[in-house]
Design a protein around this ligand. Sequence first.
Ligand SMILES: NC(=O)c1ccc[n+]([C@@H]2O[C@H](COP(=O)([O-])OP(=O)(O)OC[C@H]3O[C@@H](n4cnc5c(N)ncnc54)[C@H](OP(=O)(O)O)[C@@H]3O)[C@@H](O)[C@H]2O)c1
Length: 279
Amino acid sequence: MKTVKLSNSLEMPLLGYGVFQVNPDECERCVSDAIEVGYRLIDTAQIYKNEEGVGRAVAKSGISRKDFFLVTKVWISNAGYEKAKQSIDTSLEKLKTDYIDLVLIHQPFGDYYGTYRLLEEYYEKGIIKSIGVSNFYADRFIDIASFVKHIPMVNQMETHVFLQQQKLHKILKENKCQLMSWGPFAEGKNNLFTNETLLNIGKKYNKTSAQVALRYLLEQNIVVIPKTVNKDRMVENINVFDFELSDDDMAEILKLDTDTTLFGNHTDYDFVKYLLSIK
Ligand SMILES: NC(=O)c1ccc[n+]([C@@H]2O[C@H](COP(=O)([O-])OP(=O)(O)OC[C@H]3O[C@@H](n4cnc5c(N)ncnc54)[C@H](OP(=O)(O)O)[C@@H]3O)[C@@H](O)[C@H]2O)c1
């Protein structure tokens, strides 16, 4: 698997498997399938309530822990130094591991500075190998990056062909922060899987629209974590390293960018209220 080097020199796989909305009862089976297919980066979160399934699948795989790259995220209700500490200790137990490769602050709400102090402490102790944030727009990102000891190494953001994060990506690069895409298929919104541009480009390489959508992000060194519960699609989504998009293809896909979220704006009152209500 191709990797990217984070600002602290840790190698992170460029492609992984995301388990948002994977039912906790089905998670172990899904992650076991993903591991069999070749995925080594697994992206979960405390709020997905399926960290145990990830931990069981990794433990049962028989593959060395050091070959995995496990990611979890601290939810808003666990914000603040003490609660973050308790919650990460619980995540370590659920994931059946004594270290986590990457821990992110899931959302920029609550006492996330307190959370970040704990992340930095665990990072310095080696309990967490890299630390970062998620859903931190440019203003939140530059705020936290300016007042912490270790600048977030990763920012996981909604990123797909319809919201390409061009401006934010430039800012993150300036700060040596890796952009990690969530929702690389926009969960199929805007008819991504039947998009004419993606289908036509795919035909040239005998690839699907999903593969072209992933490849577009990979060519820009954006880490992707597509989710599927279907093993055939797991195979499809990882088979994206045997072709390259031309400059013309890239230019065509660039035109799909609407620079607008398809899920919810983190500066919108009602959307933030909704996020705060999730426990
Ligand atoms: N930090 C955050 O706030 C945040 C938010 C959202 C997501 N994430 C992370 O990002 C990961 C990916 O995002 P996501 O799960 O929201 O959505 P996504 O990966 O963009 O899309 C998943 C959807 O696409 C379908 N699908 C997958 N592969 C396909 C293929 N080859 N052909 C056709 N359909 C396909 C899946 O259906 P089936 O499962 O039925 O195949 C599912 O409905 C999550 O799992 C999570 O780890 C993070």
